[in-house]
Design a protein around this ligand. Structure first.
Ligand code: MSP
Length: 512
């Protein structure tokens, strides 16, 4: 089975911040999870490089647009590498493969009479890269999102007959039994889209005559393709549209388009209409997560309250940064983050719960068994309890993108082991019953291994480290894949007696 998941392609006018990181990490966790479950995964991210916003940003830096994009796009790649993002592809809209796909689609729509020429006058917001209606502006006439005044533009453009898709879209979005059903999540966002759709659709501008930095229309070289149309098409370019039919058939339609609510309309209305126009299959799920604010206000460079992923990594390390950002905010809802909140979560979940579990187990093994896994009777009861706890909710939470809940499930599983340790009081057993102590430690290690396997998608490096620390056999990824496919703990467990327990005793130093 295949699983194709995408993030938005990000504008290169700025470097990646934690908003971009949030979507990308969520997609990465899903991609890793599906791979562990035996899916043939295609995980796509990339950069959106055309349009007036980028052309202006390049001008401000005194660079040619292409040169500027080349430099900025690398910054996204580097950041995703730092964060251990496992994307299978990274697309840039300035690549040749994308030009070909855009030209083909636009030509098909034109030949079908879905694109026509019209004179148009409207207020264009360069931040949104779209025309805004009067009702979209705030009292001062500003774009409420970018706090800039849209510019009055009058152009003769090519328009796309979006209005003719209203009924077909409504049907596919609301009727779950429709064979081309588009599942928009979460439900509240779907309702908003449906509500807006019911009010009717207007045809939209599909090209620009005043923007040079873009892909020329194949049938009128004096115009370039509207940057949003250009951008959305990336999702089919990457899986081989008009280049590699086998690949395209294998991966398209996409299983999940992930993004925040700011661009849900483009993905759930305009994009499916374009696909329908070109008679291509429609996305299965479109998932919009919330928007987050920092210390209660919108993140913005001018307010000086932007957090960059590199800062998170500097404070907490790569894996903790990956975990914290998804564990903190209910996926799908808006949320507020602060450095204080992040550090508190780090200390509670990682230093005090997970970190403490590992370090206390290691300390006991060091003091009593010279840091070797004791030869003992294998009791998998605790490991099975941990497994049972995780099976109850973790799997469905992961499959439904409830990542913050899945993180909670992990914490509950870790707590279960910590509670067992408190109940056993192993430090007393050290004096009275060393055999029992050996069996206890051995069983804690097996339980920790089960936790590590489930942590893998969130914290791949830490999970691997834990695997080494507990002396578990085999490569954790291979073992985890087998485990998720078979659904049972092997009868000999994971950690092997007699092995050395190795690795750092403190995985997550407490932050004061
Ligand atoms: N280039 C378009 C997308 C084209 S996709 C065919 C674009 N780019 S963007 O750089 O502005 O990225 C927007 C996306 O970044 C959001 O939809 C979301 O995925 C992520 N986020 C940016 N800021 C965010 C927050 N403050 N909170 C959550 N996600 C945020 O739009």
């Amino acid at each position: 089975m295949k699983f194709y998941i995408t993030t938005p392609i990000y504008y290169v006018n700025d470097v990646p911040h934690i908003g971009h990181f949030y979507t990308t990490i969520a997609a990465d966790i899903m991609a890793r999870w599906k791979r562990l479950n035996g899916f043939d995964v295609y995980f796509l991210t990339g950069t959106d490089e055309h349009g007036s916003k980028i052309a202006e940003a390049a001008k401000v830096k005194g660079k040619k647009p292409q040169e500027f994009c080349d430099e900025m796009s690398v910054k996204f790649r580097q950041t995703w590498k730092l964060l251990n993002i496992s994307n299978d592809d990274f697309i840039r809209t300035t690549e040749q493969r994308h030009f070909v796909a855009v030209e083909n689609i636009v030509r098909i729509l034109f030949d079908k009479g879905l694109i026509f020429k019209k004179k148009y006058e409207g207020m264009y917001c360069i931040g949104c890269e779209k025309f805004l209606a009067k009702k979209d502006l705030d009292e001062g006439g500003y774009c409420p999102f970018h706090k800039i005044k849209p510019i009055l533009q009058s152009e003769e453009n090519y328009f796309f007959r979006l209005s003719s898709f209203q009924g077909a879209l409504l049907e596919r979005i609301t009727d779950v039994s429709h064979e081309e059903h588009i599942d928009i999540q979460p439900e509240e966002r779907r309702n908003e889209i449906v509500g807006k759709l019911k009010l009717g659709l207007e045809d939209i501008s599909f090209s620009r005559s005043t923007v040079e930095w873009g892909i020329s229309l194949p049938f009128d070289k004096s115009q370039t393709v509207y940057v949003w149309t250009d951008a959305l098409i990336n999702y089919i370019t990457a899986v081989g549209y008009s280049k590699d039919e086998t690949k395209f058939k294998n991966y398209w339609p996409v299983d999940v388009h992930l993004m925040a609510k700011d661009i849900l309309w483009f993905h759930s209305v305009i994009w499916p209409a374009v696909l329908m126009g070109a008679q291509l299959p429609l996305p299965k799920t479109i998932y919009s997560h919330g928007f987050f604010t920092l210390n209660g206000s919108k993140m913005s460079k001018s307010l000086g309250n932007v957090i960059y992923p590199q800062e998170l990594v500097g404070n907490y390390g790569v894996d903790a940064a990956r975990y914290l950002i998804v564990a903190l905010i209910p996926f799908g809802l808006d949320g507020n983050i602060s450095w204080q909140g992040l550090t508190l979560k780090y200390n509670t979940d990682l230093a005090n719960n997970l970190g403490n579990l590992i370090s206390r187990t290691l300390k006991m093994a060091e003091k009593n068994f010279n840091l070797k896994i004791p030869q003992a009777f294998l009791n998998l009861e605790l490991a099975k309890n941990v497994e049972k706890k995780l099976k109850e909710t973790f799997i469905s939470n992961m499959n439904n993108l409830q990542l913050h809940k899945a993180a909670e499930d992990l914490q509950d599983a870790i707590t279960l082991v910590n509670i067992q340790i408190e109940t056993d009081v192993p430090w007393k057993l050290a004096k009275t019953n060393k055999n029992k102590l050996a069996a206890c430690i051995y069983s804690y290690l097996q339980a920790i291994d089960v936790v590590a396997i489930h942590l893998l998608s969130f914290m791949p490096n830490i999970a691997e480290k834990i695997w080494q620390i507990t002396g578990a056999s085999g490569n954790i990824n291979d073992v985890a894949r087998k485990y998720f496919i078979n659904g049972v703990i092997p009868k000999d467990g994971f950690s092997v007696s007699g092995r050395d327990l190795q690795g750092p005793k403190i995985l997550f130093p407490r932050i004061l």
